[in-house]
Design a protein around this ligand. Sequence first.
Ligand SMILES: [Zn+2]
Length: 441
Amino acid sequence: MMTSTSGRECPYLVITGSPGNPGVIPSSYAETQPARKEWRRWEARNFTDFSFFTPKTMVERNKKALLDLLNKDGNSECADCGCGDPDWASANIGIFICIDCAGIHRMLGAHISKVKSLRLDSWSDDQVEFMTSTGNLAAKAKYEIHVPPFYHRPMAKDPQVLREQWIRAKYERMEFQYLERQTYLSGYKEGFLWKRGKENSTFQQRRFILAEEDDILKYYQKADAKEPKAAIKISELNANFTPEKIGNPNGLQISWVKDGSTRNIYVYTEDGKDIVDWYTSVRAAKYNRLKVAYPGGNDADLVTRLTRTFVKEGWLYKTGPRHNEPYKRRWFTLDDRRLMYFEDPLDAYPKGEIFLGHKSDGYKALEGVPPGKQDVGNSFTIRTPGRDYLLGAETEEERVEWMDVLRKVFDRPISPQDSTAAANLVHKRGNAPVLNSILGK
Ligand SMILES: [Zn+2]
C-alpha cells in the first residue's frame, strides 16, 4: 500500500489493487471528483473485467450497488426536479434526488423522508434492497398517480417555493394519491393576500376571489366593500413567481393588459402552500376554459398557454428616441415577445413596452450602437421597424445574455396568439408602425 511518507493523508491517491495483485476498491480515495476520474481512467487502462474485485466491506459493496442503480431507467435524473446526476436519496421513499431537493426533503423531517448521501453515508443491506425494489419510476407511479395536467411540475431553475411545495404535495400531503386533497379543483377560491400598494410600496391584506365560471379574479380594497377594486379576466392574466424582485420567498406577480398597457400587481401569502394553491387555481381555471374553447386541443399544447415564466429580467441603461438624451437606468422584463421597461421593478405599469416581432420584419439585436451615437458601454441595439433602441448592460456577460435571448425571439415565427398580444398593446407609445407591419396593415 502506498502511503505518504510525511504522515499526512494523500488527498487523492491510495491505490491498493494492481493488475498483478487485485485488491479492494479504495472507497476513501474516490470521494472527490478528480480522484474518481483518475481512478476510472486507471481502471479502464488496466482492467476489462471488474468482477475480480472483492469489496472489502459491506459498506463498500452497498455503495457500489447503489451507484449501479443510478444506471437504471428513471434513476439518472432527480425524482423531483429532473436535473441530472442525483447524488442523494430518500431511503424510505426509495428515490434518487439532487442535492437541492435533498435539502428540501430534510425540511420535511425524517418521519417523512430519510435523506442519505449515496457516496458519503453508509447503507445497510435492507436499505439497498429497498432502493433496488423501488427507484424513481416506481415512486413516480405511486406518488404522482393523479397529478392534474395543469399542475406545474417544477424544474431545477424554478423558485424554491414551487419546488418545496411540489415535494411536500407528493410525500407529505400525498395530494396526488387523494383527489379530495387537491383544493384547486373546485374552480372557486377566496382568501386574503398581501398586495403591494400601487402608489406606496407597503403591502396590505386584500380579499381576493377567483371564480372560474365567470372567468374572473377580483380583489377588494376593504374587506367589506361591495364593489371589487379590480376584476381581471383569468383567461387574460399571467401569474409568475418573482420572489427576489418582490422580496418575499412566496412573491407572485400577476400581470394583464389594461387599456393597451401591461398592469402588474405583486402579492404573497405567508404560507407557501396557499400561494402555490392560488397559482395552481389560476392554471386550473385557464386550463378548463381552454378545454371548452378547444375541445380537440391536446394537453401538451394547452398547458404551455397557462402561465409564462419571464425569459429574462434585469437592469439596463437606455436612451430616448432621439438618441442624444442621457442614458437612464431601467428595469427590463422580457415576457415572451414583449419587452417592458420600468423605473422601479415593482411599478404597476411599465414606462414603455416593445413588441418583438420576427426577423423577417426587420427585428435585429446588434452589438454596439450605430456609428456616431453615444455608447454607454457593454452596449447593444434593438432594431425594430419603428426605431432603434440603444441599450447598455452592466457587464459584458449580461450583454451577451440579452442579445442571445432577443435573437431567439426574433428567430421564432409569429403565432396567432402573438398577433393578439401585439394588437392589445396598440395604444402604447412607439408601437404603431411595428403593429402595422405585424398585423399586415
Ligand atoms: Zn432535484
